[in-house]
Design a protein around this ligand. Structure first.
Ligand code: KG4
Ligand code: ZN
Length: 319
C-alpha cells in the first residue's frame, strides 16, 4: 500500500492542534510536524475549561497553527492527500471550528475530508508510534475519558468498562482544587503525593472486587472533600492526603484493569505477547504507570505507553 500524507486538526477541548503525518496505516507512521497550542493560561483562572472561551481561542489560533504545521513539515497543500479533523466527541463549539476549517481547506484544495472520532484516535495512537498489532487491550485515562477497550481491528472496539461518574483526570483536577493546587491538577497532585504518606488517610477504594470493569471516582473525591473541610484538617497533611488519594486511585485502576485483562483473554484470541496500551493525559502519572507495569508483568502482558506529548490531546493522532 502506498503512503498517504494527511493534515490533521484537533480542537475538541483546550488544545488547538495541527499535524502532518505520513504512513500507510500499517506499522509506525512518520510524524512530519505536530503543533500543539495549549489554552492553559486562558482557562487557569477558572480552574477548568470554559467551552465558550475555548471555541473563541481555537478560532483565533487555528489558521496560524495550520500554517506552522505545513511549514514544519516543509510541505505545500499540493503534497497533502487528505484533511482529517476531530468530528466528536468534544466541546461542540471547538469541534465546529476545527471541522468547518477542515471542510473549507478540503474544498479549496480539492482533497477528501476525513471525519475522525477523537476516542478512536486516542485508541489507535500506539499504532502510529509503535506499530502495535491488533488486538490489544486499551486503558484510556484522561480528563474527559476513562475507558477499558478491546481494540480488535480498525473500527472494531469492544467496551469492557467505563466510568459511572467522573473520569480519573477529572478526579485529579478536582482534588487539586480542594488542595488549592494550580490547574491542571494532575501533575501537581502527583508531585505533592511524592512527599506524602499514602497510608496516612483511609480513603474508599472504589469498585474493588466488582465483576464488571467499570470505574467510579466521585465517592473518592467526596471523601477527600470531607477530610479537607473538617475543622481539624491540617494544612501540613495535604501531601499525605494527596498520596492517600493517589494510592486509592491506583488500587482502583489496577483492580479494574485486572478484570478487563481476563475479559480480553476470554473474548479474543490474544497474541503470544498480548499488549496493554495506556493512553490519555493521566498516563503521564509515573506512579500509575509503575503499578500498571507490575500488573501487566504479572498477567504476562507487555505494556506500551505512547510518549506523553502523544498521550494528551494532539493532532498527529487525528492525522
Ligand atoms: O488527555 P488530556 O490532555 O485531555 C483530555 O482530557 O482529553 O488529559 C488531561 C488530564 C487532566 O485531567 C490532567 O490533570 C491529567 O490528564 N493529568 C494527570 C497527570 N498529568 C496530566 N493526572 C495525574 N497525574 C499526572 N501526572
Ligand atoms: Zn482526548
Amino acid at each position: 500500500m502506498r503512503d498517504f500524507t494527511i493534515l490533521g486538526l484537533e480542537t475538541s477541548c483546550d488544545e488547538t492542534a495541527a499535524a502532518v503525518v505520513r504512513g500507510c496505516g500499517h506499522g509506525p507512521g512518520t510524524i512530519l510536524s505536530n503543533i500543539v497550542f495549549s489554552q492553559l493560561e486562558e482557562h487557569a483562572a477558572f480552574g477548568g475549561v470554559v467551552p465558550e472561551i475555548a471555541a473563541r481561542a481555537h478560532l483565533e489560533a487555528l489558521d496560524s497553527i495550520i500554517e506552522a504545521a505545513l511549514a514544519d513539515a516543509a510541505i505545500s497543500p499540493a503534497g497533502i492527500d487528505a484533511v482529517a479533523a476531530t468530528a466528536g466527541p468534544g466541546l461542540i463549539g471547538g469541534v465546529m471550528v476545527g471541522l468547518t476549517t477542515a471542510k473549507a481547506l478540503a474544498l479549496a484544495w480539492d482533497k477528501p475530508l476525513i471525519a475522525i472520532n477523537h476516542l478512536e484516535a486516542h485508541a489507535l495512537t500506539v499504532r502510529l508510534t509503535d506499530g502495535v498489532g491488533f488486538p490489544y487491550l486499551l486503558l484510556l485515562i484522561s480528563g474527559g475519558h476513562c475507558q477499558l477497550l478491546g481494540v480488535h481491528d480498525l473500527g472494531r472496539y469492544e467496551l469492557y468498562g467505563t466510568t459511572l461518574d467522573d473520569a480519573v483526570g477529572e478526579a485529579f483536577d478536582k482534588v487539586a482544587k480542594l488542595l488549592e493546587l494550580p490547574y491542571p491538577g494532575g501533575p501537581n497532585v502527583e508531585a505533592l503525593a511524592r512527599t506524602g504518606n499514602p497510608k496516612a488517610f483511609s480513603l474508599p477504594r472504589p469498585m474493588l472486587g466488582r465483576a464488571d470493569a467499570n470505574f467510579s471516582f466521585s465517592g473518592l473525591k467526596t471523601a477527600v472533600r470531607q477530610i479537607v473541610r473538617a475543622p481539624d484538617f491540617w494544612e501540613s497533611s495535604k501531601a499525605d492526603l494527596a498520596a492517600s488519594f493517589q494510592a486509592s486511585v491506583i488500587a482502583s485502576i489496577t483492580d479494574r484493569v485486572a478484570v478487563a485483562v481476563d475479559m480480553f483473554c476470554a473474548n479474543a484470541t490474544p497474541p503470544d505477547a498480548p499488549t496493554l496500551v495506556v493512553a490519555g493525559g493521566v498516563a503521564a502519572n509515573g506512579a500509575i504507570r509503575a503499578a500498571l507495569s507490575r500488573l501487566a508483568n504479572d498477567k504476562g502482558f507487555q505494556i506500551e505507553v505512547p510518549p506523553p506529548q502523544l498521550c494528551t490531546d494532539n493532532a498527529a493522532m487525528i492525522a
